[in-house]
Design a binder for this molecule. Structure first.
Ligand SMILES: Nc1nc2c(ncn2[C@@H]2O[C@H](COP(=O)(O)OP(=O)(O)OP(=O)(O)O)[C@@H](O)[C@H]2O)c(=O)[nH]1
Ligand SMILES: [Mg+2]
Length: 218
């Protein structure tokens, strides 16, 4: 007898997704799910984004890590509500823990929730957590072959950030190759080439994000 455990986990997750979506819709809250490899620059992207975004909108952050509160500590200076999750070994977030986090928030006083998922290119892409959009973060030192090798995330992403472009001159990263492979997988997804720590290209990403939040409130 074969017991399909993976299927059961996905079905259980999916049940909670509709509850998450309902809660967000009730309060007109946009929820974004940032996914990328460990060290690709997810927290750095949030650091580069938060100052500009929190001036205009009421932002809340859900920070997920396997261990430590270091990323939440980095974001504390922005003064936005921060909800920290240590997954204790689990490589992705599921909808039940997101629902529990949302229940702790003042959603009526929130415009956008941004989630930094556990650093991982694979598992988080498999789990719908009720987000309106997945944001894929890839970075130059990881190599230009990531869209081809990990297509699920890049196929599902509503936006792709290619981070650490300041390092292109020091690596064999081929931007054209990355872009061509990405386009084969997802022909229309917006691509933001930027340096989260250097600042180049961040404004275009921020403009897209602002537009997305504004559209969700219309
Ligand atoms: N050169 C360069 N370094 C960057 C850039 N963005 C991030 N980094 C560095 O890359 C390292 C990892 O960045 P994080 O923002 O912590 O990456 P992360 O994806 O949040 O990592 P995890 O949460 O551990 O998965 C840090 O040392 C950052 O300073 C960039 O645009 N250029
Ligand atoms: Mg991080």
């Amino acid at each position: 007898m074969i017991i399909e455990l993976r299927q059961d986990i996905l079905v259980a997750n999916q049940k909670m997704v509709s509850v998450v979506k309902e809660r967000l819709a009730q309060e007109k809250v946009l929820m974004l799910n940032i996914i990328g490899s460990p060290g690709s620059g997810k927290t750095s992207l949030l650091e580069a984004t938060l100052a500009g975004l929190s001036e205009r909108f009421r932002v809340a952050i859900i920070e997920a890590d396997v261990e430590t509160k270091r990323d939440s500590e980095r974001l504390e200076r922005f003064g936005v509500p921060l909800y920290h999750i240590n997954t204790g070994g689990m490589c992705h977030l599921e909808s039940d823990i997101i629902l529990a986090s949302l229940e702790k928030m003042d959603l009526a006083a929130t415009d956008v929730v941004i989630i930094e998922n556990v650093g991982n290119l694979i598992c988080p892409a498999d789990f719908d957590i009720g987000e309106h959009a997945k944001i894929a973060v890839s970075s130059v030192p990881e190599g230009d072959d990531k869209p081809s090798k990990y297509p699920v995330l890049f196929r599902e992403a509503a936006a792709v950030v290619l981070n650490k472009t300041d390092l292109v001159p020091y690596t064999n990263f081929n931007v054209e190759s990355f872009t061509t492979d990405l386009r084969r997988i997802n022909g229309t997804v917006p691509l933001f080439e930027l340096s989260a720590t250097g600042g180049n290209g961040v404004q275009a990403w921020l403009d897209w994000l602002i537009q997305k939040v504004e559209a969700s409130q219309a």
